[in-house]
Design a binder for this molecule. Structure first.
Ligand code: URP
Ligand code: ZN
Ligand code: ZN
Length: 470
């Protein structure tokens, strides 16, 4: 497709809202303004629709190996589902294997994505041990591959967890090479003890997953991560923030001018720990880490998305089947064997619009910031991605603010046999989605091409060792 004209739409960016036509030439926005009569290969009428920058999901786990299984969406099915929900870029995680360097991790995940992804993609590299190759591999990934963010785990001992000294080493080096470090912040040691105590007592049901991962274990790890980053004079990004204590740590750090970024996910904003009271094994659907929290925590997260202590809403999409395949059933007699993770790559924008914008908690501009602009800026994709301007990639969503969708596993595109939101009706949905000027979703149906997604090299982290100004 060479040229596309989007007529009569209302453009919404993180900062502006105005009516204008958009002209796209070979995948890039070439003109914004009146284009009456201008010929184009494809003309889309956006009357009554908003034109938004395509969503950027900075936290996905597609085809993620876990022991002898893998998350059920691969890079084809997962990115199709993402596109259907209005997301045009994902940043997934390439995870180091123990005893290996970091470069083989990127190679392995590139092989998983290449030829499959239908939208553009990038990788954070997850470091699970500090060894004599780590520093040079990190520098190589930043300089050679444009992989400019790394992920560390303060949870999952024996598998992914790093000790404080290793975290500190990574932070020091990341600052030096212009990379951003993100952390899964839960105190893995405390959780390990609580889990073994629960199992010893015979408390094996799924709800004990939540009870053995208390909010205090998250707050402690967030505080520690921020302290380590401050000592290293490095920026830090806290993934999937779920509780008031963690929000308060981030707010206090930002008030002190520290470059601390917070991310949350739709499930923490719209669901609560009441889901763990579901009968039978149903609660296993909601086994994710951190777990769902209280309604008071939800309120704190909404306040933080409005006040900017939380800058990004991503999904942590990590689907495992309930029955087909029976991944979650592995934990029928032991909650600690339930694979942790839940689906969400398709529903992020719909849920955030419905519960955020429609409910009056955030403005449409803030919605764009949380879902596209802030992740683009933080992770080195700006200005190519994350906004609507001449010269940017034509990753666009024609958003119908009045469209209603009944969320269900029977209609979603995610390759997983359940929905966290079965039966919930949300208002606001993509009518059409363009990825680099190509229509990949039209009238809610996927019309893209397998393998058309491109790997994105990213810029070094702009805020390297900088303090936040506002
Ligand atoms: O439970 C979760 N979140 N699974 C995915 C891996 C992670 O911790 O982000
Ligand atoms: Zn995590
Ligand atoms: Zn995750």
């Amino acid at each position: 497709m060479e040229t596309v004209l989007i007529r009569n739409g209302t453009i919404v960016t993180a900062a502006e809202r105005y009516e204008a036509d958009v002209y796209v030439d070979r995948g890039v926005i070439s003109s914004i303004g009146p284009q009456s009569g201008r010929p184009a290969d494809t003309v889309l009428d956006a009357s009554g629709l908003l034109v938004l920058p395509g969503g950027i999901d900075a936290h996905t786990h597609l085809d993620m190996p876990l022991c002898d299984i893998a998350s059920t969406d691969d890079f084809e099915t997962g990115t199709i589902a993402a596109a259907c929900g209005g997301t045009t870029t994902i940043i997934d995680f390439a995870t180091q294997e123990a005893g290996q360097g970091l470069l083989p991790a990127l190679d392995a995940w590139m092989a998983r994505a290449e030829g499959k992804a239908v939208i553009d993609y990038a990788f954070h590299v997850a470091i699970c041990e500090w060894n004599d190759r780590t520093a040079s591999d990190m520098a190589r990934l930043v300089q050679r591959d444009g992989v400019t963010s790394f992920k560390l785990f303060m949870a999952y001992p024996g598998r992914l967890m790093l000790d404080d000294a290793s975290i500190f080493r990574v932070l020091l080096h990341a600052r030096h090479i212009g990379a951003l470090v993100s952390v899964h912040a839960e105190n893995g040691g405390v959780i390990e003890v609580l889990v073994s105590e629960a199992l010893r007592r015979g408390d094996v049901a799924p709800r004990f997953h939540a009870l053995t991962r208390p909010a205090a274990a998250e707050r402690e790890a967030v505080a520690r991560a921020i302290a380590l980053a401050e000592m290293a004079s490095a920026p830090i990004y806290i993934v999937h923030v779920s509780c008031t204590g963690a929000v308060e740590c981030i707010e206090q750090a930002r008030e002190r001018g520290l470059p601390v970024h917070g991310e949350t996910c739709p499930h923490y904003l719209v669901l609560s720990d009441a889901e763990y009271e579901r009968p039978g094994f149903e609660a296993a659907k909601y086994v994710m880490s951190p777990p769902l929290r209280s309604v008071a925590d939800q309120d704190a997260l909404w306040r933080a998305t409005a006040s900017r202590a939380i800058e990004v809403v991503a999904t942590d999409h990590c689907p495992f089947g309930m029955d087909d395949p029976p991944h979650k059933r592995r934990g029928l007699d032991d909650f600690s064997k339930i694979p942790s993770g839940a689906p969400g790559i398709e529903t992020r924008l719909m849920l955030l619009w419905d519960s955020g914008v429609r409910a009056g908690r955030i403005s449409p501009n803030r919605f764009v910031d949380l879902t596209a602009t802030a992740p683009a800026k933080i992770f080195g994709l700006w200005p190519r991605k994350g906004t609507i301007a001449v010269g940017t990639d034509a990753d666009l969503v024609l958003w119908d603010p009045g469209a209603q969708t009944r969320l269900s596993a029977s209609t979603h595109h995610m390759r997983v046999d359940y929905s966290l939101y079965e039966g919930r009706v949300v208002t606001g949905a993509p009518a059409a989605v363009l990825s680099r000027g190509e229509v990949v979703v039209r009238n809610g149906a996927y019309v893209g091409r397998r393998g058309r997604g491109q790997f994105l090299r990213r810029a070094p982290h702009a805020g390297r060792a900088a303090r936040i100004d506002s």
